[in-house]
Design a protein around this ligand. Structure first.
Ligand code: 3PG
Length: 214
């Protein structure tokens, strides 16, 4: 596994960010950093994504920034030009995965069934996003993946928050949890970075507590 993906696993938490304006990128990344989570997945759900990634790369370089909701090879190129260090996709697009693997770009493609997991293995990937986690069988599905796919770890994302985080993080095939609950886009758009920082600090603390229980 790449160093970047190891770093993501070590934090155990991936904030999934949707920015309407790139102007929010720097204060948001600073809030994450100060809250103890120097990591950001900026999604290509808005036109601001590439610019936001570029601003974080330049102005808050201690934050490891990646691109989320990547659907095309063109978006990978935009993200990498902007300084993204990893790619996350909602589904398994072989063209996108192949490009990343070929160019040694760390990628966690989204899967939600055994065929997806095996498509990942075919490319040598052993860390995959499990998306959309809650509606795809959640914890029970991940436990079932543990049987045939013992060497694969997951980043479950979609419908996870502070209330149900623990049951996921306790699973031995879960490397990290992704989610937007600590970076709500309405609060970000309103410039409420203190609030975002508070939610993030609480999430970081929760992950530490759960992991310390072993
Ligand atoms: C994603 O793209 O990873 C999800 O939209 C995040 O899911 P959440 O908003 O339910 O946390």
């Amino acid at each position: 596994m790449s160093k970047v993906l190891e770093t993501i696993s070590s934090h155990g938490l991936v904030p999934v960010i949707k920015l309407d304006s790139a102007d929010s990128a720097e204060p948001l990344a600073t809030a994450l950093l100060e809250a103890g989570l120097p990591l950001a997945e900026v999604t290509f759900r808005t036109a601001a994504a590439a610019d936001a990634i570029a601003r974080i790369t330049k102005r808050v370089p201690d934050v490891l920034v990646g691109a989320g909701t990547v659907l095309t090879v063109d978006q990978i190129k935009q993200a990498m030009d902007a300084g993204a260090r990893f790619v996350v996709t909602p589904g398994f697009n072989p063209r996108v995965v192949e490009y990343c693997v070929k160019h040694e770009i760390p990628i966690t493609p989204g899967v939600n069934n055994p065929s997806g997991v095996e498509a990942g293995l075919e490319f040598g990937l052993t860390l995959l996003k499990f998306f959309p986690a809650e509606v795809s069988g959640g914890v029970a599905m991940l436990k079932a993946f543990g049987g045939p796919y013992g060497e694969v770890s997951f980043v479950p994302t979609g419908g996870i928050n502070a209330a149900n985080l623990e049951q996921y993080l306790k699973l031995k095939n879960v490397a990290a949890i992704g989610g937007s609950w600590m970076v709500p886009s309405d609060r970000v758009a309103a410039g409420e970075f203190d609030h975002v920082g508070k939610l993030t600090r609480e999430a970081v603390e929760l992950v530490k507590q759960i992991r310390s229980k072993g």
